[in-house]
Design a protein around this ligand. Structure first.
Ligand code: GSH
Length: 238
């Protein structure tokens, strides 16, 4: 099995962590978004969307991190807690992952886009009004993570770690690439982050190594205008 990843990308890191900490045999094919390697004819042939992550398993091509994580957890012999078989427990994971894309991902990514990607693309200063708006939307999301998903349980969907925690943590780590720890005023989420880190061991640091090094802003300049416009529009209140 081959996975096409750029570890500066949040959904790619989630896939990487599951693969490495469960020891599913795989090869990583690095795709440097900042060099446009996702726009080559070969990559486009594999994924018309020109996005990472992509998984290729014996000719079966799959995109979308949520689908990839769930495929890996059901197709391979991994501990059941990652994506429980019991229908109601599984539904809890699906509940979070459905919510994730228009909440955790949209709002954490928007802060990052406004602080890093957009100024770079437009050659403009950070739009402080838009950023404050985005931070306020993000705060609502962080509050909901604490009061809804982490209420009386250590992980987002129950007593053990699932693929939902991986999607969430990788998204919430992203603004660190611009030096912003968005969990600093959220002790409950900080404790959850530590639990996720301990549960996945060294694969967490491996996945986030590049991000934590805080690469120069030029390296972040990979997203297509379509992606920036799309994410910039998501959750917009102005
Ligand atoms: N919903 C997709 C999102 C994939 C995505 O947006 N990937 C970004 C990196 S985080 C990408 O490849 N962007 C390249 C581009 O927009 O040109 C998933 O969860 O896999």
């Amino acid at each position: 099995m081959v996975v096409y990843l750029d570890l500066l990308s949040q959904p790619c890191r989630a896939v990487y962590i599951l693969l490495t900490c469960t020891k599913i045999p795989h090869k990583v094919h690095a795709v440097a978004l900042r060099k446009g390697e996702h726009r080559t004819p070969e990559f486009t042939n594999m994924n018309l969307m020109q996005k990472v992550p992509v998984l290729v398993d014996s000719g079966f091509i799959l995109t979308e991190s949520d689908a990839i994580l769930k495929y890996l957890a059901t197709q391979y012999d991994v501990p059941e807690h990652w994506y429980p078989r019991q229908p109601q427990q599984r539904a809890r994971v699906d509940e979070y992952t459905a919510w994730h894309h228009t909440n955790t991902r949209a709002h954490a990514a928007k802060v990052f886009i406004l602080e890093v990607l957009l100024p770079r693309h437009m050659g403009s200063a950070v739009d402080k009004v838009a950023l404050n708006n985005a931070l306020s939307n993000l705060k609502n999301t962080l509050d909901k993570l604490e009061t809804m998903f982490l209420r009386r349980q250590p992980f987002l969907c129950g007593d053990d770690i699932t693929v939902a925690d991986l999607l969430a943590i990788c998204e919430l780590m992203q603004p660190l690439g611009a030096g912003r720890d968005i969990l600093k005023d959220h002790p409950q989420l900080q404790r959850w982050r530590s639990r996720v880190q301990s549960a996945v061991g060294k694969s967490f640091d491996e996945a986030h190594h590049q991000l934590i090094l805080q690469p120069p802003v030029s390296q972040w300049c990979w997203a297509s205008k379509v992606t920036v416009d799309y994410l910039y529009g998501l959750g917009s209140t102005h």
